[in-house]
Structures are given as C-alpha cells and as structure tokens.
Design a binder for this molecule. Sequence first.
Ligand SMILES: Nc1ncnc2c1ncn2[C@@H]1O[C@H](COP(=O)(O)OP(=O)(O)OP(=O)(O)O)[C@@H](O)[C@H]1O
Ligand SMILES: [Mg+2]
Length: 404
Amino acid sequence: MSLHNIAESFVTELRPGVEPGRVLIAEDTELLLERIAQFLCFEGHSVQTAISGGEALECVENCPPDIILCDVLMPGIDGYEFSRRVKSDPATAHIPIIMISARGQREEVVRGLEFAEEYVTKPVDLRELKARVDSMLRLKRAQDAVRAANQKLEDTVRRRTVRLRLSNRRLAREVRRREETESAVRTLTRRIITVREDERGALAMDMHDDVGQCLLAAKLDLQATFARLAQDVDVTTEADRILKRVDTIASRIRQISHSLSPIGLRNLGLQDAIQNMVEMFMESHPVVKIETRLAHLDDYFPGAWDVNLYRIVQESLANALKHARATRIIVSDELLAAGAGLRVCIRDDGCGFEFGQGDGIGLFVMKERAQLSGGVCTIYSRKSSASETDEVSGTEVQIDFNPG
Ligand SMILES: Nc1ncnc2c1ncn2[C@@H]1O[C@H](COP(=O)(O)OP(=O)(O)OP(=O)(O)O)[C@@H](O)[C@H]1O
Ligand SMILES: [Mg+2]
C-alpha cells in the first residue's frame, strides 16, 4: 500500500465519527477552560488542562497530546511563543494547534496561523470547536500513519543498505581474489613457456654437444680405419674404439629419451623404473652416491604405473644434482603406522635452500603432480651457513599417500 493510500484509508475510516484523542487545553480563563474541557470529555476525548504557556509546555513534554487548544493571551509565555516552541521542536512539531483568541483582526489571525493550524475566535462556539478538533484529529491520524509508514520505509532502506554494503564488500573481496588468481596463472603460464623453451634448448644442446660430437668422432675414426684397411693394416684397436663410441651414443640417446618420456618402463613397475632412473643419474654423476631403499612401492600401487610419482622422484634427483652440491642422495619408501599410508622420501645432504628462490617451476609442479595422484608433497630444507660448519643441511622431499 502506498503512503498516499494509507493516509486516505485512515481519513475514510475516521470520517463518520472521530476516534477520541488526547487533547491539551491551555487557557488562563478558568471558566472557559472548564467549559471546553467538560465538553470535550463528554465527546470522549481525554483532556489535560494548563492555565499558562509554561504549564502547557510541561504537559507537552511529559505526555505529548494528539491536539492542542491554546489561548493567545496567557500570563508569562503567551500562545504565540508557546506555539513557536512546540513547532520548533522536531519531536512535537507534528502536533496540530488550534489557537483561541478574543482578537479576530486579520493581522492577529495571520500571526496566530504562523505556528498554529487553526484559529478560533471567542466567544467559542462549541459545535464549531468540535468540528475543528475532529478535522484536526483526522488529519493528525493520517499524518501519523504516513509518518509511521515513512519510518518503516526508512528502516527497510537502512537494513537493505547495510546488506548491500556487506555484499558489495564480499564482491570486492571476490574480485580481488580472482584478480590475484588470474595474475598467478599468468605468471605461471609465462614460466611454463620459458621452462619449455629452456628444456628444448637443453635437449638440443645435449644432442649437439654429446651425441653430435660422439657421432663426428665415430665418423672420423671410421674414415681413419678405412684408410688403414686400404693399407692392409690391422684395425682391431680402431674398431674397438668405434664400438665404444657407438655405445656412448646409444647410452646418451637412452638417457635423453628417458628424460623425455619413460617409455618401456611401464612393464618394469614403478620400483624398477625408479631404480633404472637412479642408475642413469649415477652414470652421468659418478661422484654422487645415490642409494635406493624401496620395498613397498609395487605392493602399494599394484599394477599401476604412476608417472606422477616417477616424475617427482626425477625432479627431486635433478634438483639435488643441479642445485644442492650433494654427495649423497637417498630414495626410500616406508609404510606409515597401521594402514595410515605410504611415504616416499628423496633426501640429499646438499646445501639446502630457502623457499622462493629461483624462478623454476619444478617444486610447484611436484606438488601438483602429488595431488593429481592423490598424495601430498611436502618439502623440508635446511640451508647451510658459513658460520656454523657443523650444521646439518640438506633437503627432503616427502610424498605421502593416505588410503581413502
Ligand atoms: N635439493 C635442493 N637443494 C638445494 N636447492 C634446491 C633444491 N631443490 C630446489 N632448490 C632451489 O629451489 C629453486 C626452485 O627449484 P625448482 O625445481 O622449482 O626450479 P629449478 O630447478 O630452478 O628449475 P626447473 O623449473 O627446471 O625445475 C631452485 O632454483 C634452487 O635454488
Ligand atoms: Mg628443478
């Protein structure tokens, strides 16, 4: 229902007979005061009386009436001043005032109506007074209804504003989170592209420097051997050297293809595949001792080839050899207490590191891969410091698989 409708229904409801209200009469002529009071009491209104402006103000403050009848001439605070004070207080400004005066001149009436809603001249005609009181009460009720509806509306708007502000804040947080995620994804994509290019470069270099050089040497050896053959010289030593060079080439190609994709290892099972990889790493890094203590992998992942775990071990070994200056690396597995799962560990005795150094993606991808395989990858590292030479440093990568 609109405010206008509410006000209208109120007026229509009250028109035949006005619901009684609280009336305050301020009049210093006691006889007239009593007459009006009795009349209005008879009409059903509850009436308060005051014989001065000051007393009337107290009544308004203590028990605000629905309507005020007020004489103009009173001792102390007169009717004009009383009305001015009532109307200038926002708490009482809405109370309608009917001014009663013996003076009926135009200027008096105009001055009275500056703060009052109605002006009645003495001698008071009680029927006219009743009509004006009723009409003012109807108006007051309608205005009260409008004010109440306004108040309700304001409350609703305030509540909604608060809700809106809250959801705005939530939305802003969400937008910020998304922006952060998008920026992280962009950074990662850039790193992936760079790493892929680096990887291709490294492979090209391996092929060119290792395989290419070996092939060239083998070709030169072959040419020399043919020349010696033409002179009928024994070429057993040269043939032996060529065979060794071909073996080296084959071994390098095997290493490169394994690092690209561990083809053929699926048939071996995870344990043997890791063992194979370790042997290849040892071939290329003969000074580092890499130990494997694997006993449960194949039982824990029966018949399953987990390329992710294979890659995590590969990345951990590569990191230990590339960054750690380790002398010893241990790859092990252990069953966690009473069916709590399996832990795979790659531990090195290298220099350790602080997280956040370097701009590679190996560690990040390791964690992602562990999650893909239903595990959790945690990395512990302790950096060695020059001042504490006895300090144990190194890095441990733990991958935990919990059943269920
Ligand atoms: N075992 C380790 N010992 C010492 N430092 C390590 C070890 N593992 C990682 N780091 C440090 O953490 C950094 C990040 O490693 P991460 O594997 O993410 O990247 P990367 O090896 O530099 O590059 P890539 O993306 O090729 O793996 C490395 O640059 C290195 O400084
Ligand atoms: Mg790495």
